[in-house]
Design a protein around this ligand. Structure first.
Ligand code: M6R
Length: 618
């Protein structure tokens, strides 16, 4: 989604903002731009379609601007992920008012922009030039300033007329003293250091300068100056806030010698899984959950759990359901956030709502959380980004501690979400007495062994790279499995399609014969997951069925299941483990398959087409 960076201070503002935009590239964008105040003059440079498709647009923007404006001390910049109007220079941000006085960058959607455009035309004879919703903000701000308001008053007036979600930063010609920012339902962080003040969509843009950032809440406005920064509510009362300290290193947000962030993040997994787990184990090996205050009494007051999330996080939730129902004996429903929020779900004060999210800013998940909260549910969230909106609005927060995840395709985000769900499900089971200490110790022993087993799988990634060469030209790839494997299949399939653009889908193996098996022929590839001891033979029967229709079958099973070799074309083995923890291992193989297939196809792995890392619009 769109990324915003703003800077005012003593450094070269163009450089600070372009560097920040480069850090936000991972969010996904199709055009970019920067507005600067150079000796008071408002200057704008934008880029959309480029000759060189392989080269980063931010790099090209930087080259385009070159040495110009090197004395500018105030700038705002933007990476745009098109919603209203195609990617083009005209539609790229910053947008400037017709009188050339105000420049604005915006993340989110102004839902009533059409009505505001009409108002601008009728009342002030102002024609918007672009197709965007954002331009109305620049026009409104300039109209209000022309009418005598100062920039902060104009911002309050304009936002009082707007519906939707928006994080905004605005600068004004002739005013090198401030940047005005505003947030409603779209992420925005701000910070102040000796170098000046910064506004950004997320903290990766400012990690180079500070690890202490403030999160704006809805309907808060910030005024950034070179030597100070103040946050206000809508009544212009100053808001005192606590800074969030983020212990991410700058290196963690860099490729570290890998070809792609995705591969680096796949390889981060042994370390981050170890961290996520060890931070929650005491010296005697028992579980101690930070951030979760759920007592036995609380659990006894819960009739039902909803796990709500999107995409990969939703797939993690499916595994969570299985674990919580098995170990804590509490009924769990899993829902995608965009459906949950509009279906009037049966939620009350005896419901525990669990949000799973890497970014903590996914708008659908955030809105689902608010819907559940308004109906009285207690909210627990499993989040990676410290201090993100979902973390801040939850009653209990359990951080995944995965470090920054930059590649659009989530890998370590997913496995650390799973690790958290294991710990929460065990904790609930122990509290309720539905599992014994001994049983929990057994599972914890298995979880402790996961990082080393993941290492072993990664050591063999060359085999997967070879397999990718055989299959990357295929047009249809299935993922099948039973029980936990069916949920992992969904995630494997999503990974493949989002970065390789190969048509793929996942189905519970037992469902094949109810329709989908009609698609099987000699051109089909089937990844068959069979890691669950009790279900392995049943999945083997499904393998035989699809193989009989000509499909090329790659089985994924435990090392002991040598017999799969007979019925499958290829077998990828995972180390021996309890059935319950196999998702943490089998998914590694599927992540690698997706990665190497996309690499063979020469796709833009870290920033796949049409996708954004953090989906902050509906
Ligand atoms: O930040 P979140 O975990 O809330 O994001 C949810 C999905 O948008 C995300 O998992 C998406 O499906 C990934 N690109 C999948 O790799």
């Amino acid at each position: 989604m769109c990324g915003i960076v703003g800077y005012i201070g003593k450094d070269n503002a163009k450089k600070v903002v372009i560097d920040g935009l480069a850090k936000l590239e991972y969010r996904g964008y199709d055009s970019a731009g920067i507005a600067l105040l150079d000796r008071g003059n408002l200057e704008i440079e934008k880029i959309a379609e480029t000759e060189d498709k392989k080269k980063s647009k931010i790099l090209q923007l930087d080259e385009m601007v070159g040495d110009k404006y090197k004395d500018a001390k105030v700038a705002i910049g933007h990476t745009r992920w098109a919603t209203h109007g195609a990617p083009s220079v005209l539609n790229a941000h910053p947008h400037i008012s017709n009188d050339g006085k105000v420049a604005v960058v915006h993340n989110g959607i102004v839902e009533n922009y059409a009505e505001l455009r009409e108002k601008l035309l009728e009342k002030y004879n102002i024609h918007c030039k672009s197709e965007t919703d954002t331009e109305v903000i620049a026009q409104l701000l300039s109209v209000f300033c022309a009418g005598g308001m100062n920039p902060a008053e104009a911002m309050l007036e304009a936002t009082s007329m707007m519906k939707g979600a928006y994080a905004i930063a605005a600068i004004y010609e002739g005013d090198e003293t401030e940047i005005v920012g505003y947030r409603k339902d779209a992420p925005m962080i701000v910070c102040h250091t000796d170098e000046g003040s910064f506004i950004a969509s997320d903290m990766t843009a400012v990690l180079k300068y500070t690890k202490d950032v403030y999160f704006l809440e809805d309907d808060e406005m910030v005024i950034c100056r070179a030597d100070s920064m103040d946050i206000f509510d809508r009544n212009m009362n100053k808001v005192q806030k606590k800074a969030f300290h983020v212990d991410w290193s700058i290196e963690a947000a860099e490729k570290g010698g890998y070809d792609h962030f995705m591969l680096k993040e796949i390889h981060d997994q042994p370390t981050v899984l170890g961290d996520t787990l060890s931070r929650r184990l005491t010296s005697d090996g028992s579980i101690k959950l930070d951030g979760i205050k759920l007592s036995l009494e609380d659990l006894n007051n819960i009739d039902k759990i909803y796990i709500v999330a999107c995409g990969t996080a939703y797939h993690a939730g499916l595994i969570g359901k299985h674990l919580i129902e098995k170990w804590a004996k509490i009924p769990v429903e899993v829902d995608v956030a965009s459906e949950f929020r509009y279906r009037d779900p049966l939620v009350d004060d005896r419901t525990l709502f669990v949000a799973v999210t890497q970014s903590g800013e996914t708008l659908d998940t955030l809105m689902a959380l608010r819907e559940a909260k308004s109906k009285g549910a207690r909210v627990l969230s499993i989040v990676n980004v410290v201090g993100s909106s979902i973390a801040r609005e939850s009653d209990d927060v359990f951080y995944t501690w995965a470090g920054p995840e930059i590649a659009v395709a989530s890998t370590k985000g997913y496995t650390t979400q799973l690790m958290c769900l294991y710990l929460i499900a065990l904790h609930m089971g122990l509290l309720k007495g539905t599992i014994t200490d001994e049983y929990a110790k057994g599972i914890i022993g298995e979880l402790k062994a996961v990082p080393e087993k993941v290492e072993r799988l990664l050591e063999k990634e060359r085999d997967i790279a070879e397999l990718a060469k055989e299959i990357y030209k295929k047009e249809l790839i299935f993922y099948i499995g039973r029980g936990l494997d069916a949920s992992v299949a969904l995630e494997g399939s999503l990974k493949l399609k989002e970065i390789s653009y190969i048509n793929s889908f996942a189905i519970a193996a037992g469902e094949l014969k109810h329709g989908t098996i009609a698609l099987m022929d000699k051109d089909t590839i089937v990844f068959a997951l069979a890691t669950q001891d009790e279900l392995a033979e049943k999945t083997l029967s499904n393998i035989v069925e699809v193989a009989a229709r000509g499909a090329y079958v790659v089985a994924i099973t435990k090392e002991k299941n040598e017999f799969f070799k007979k019925e499958s074309d290829r077998v990828l083995f995972i180390p021996e483990c309890f059935d319950e923890v196999s998702p943490l291992l089998s998914i590694i193989q599927l992540q690698l398959i997706a990665y190497f297939v996309a690499k063979e196809k020469g796709e833009n792995i870290d920033m796949p087409r049409n996708l954004a890392k953090s989906v902050t619009v509906e």
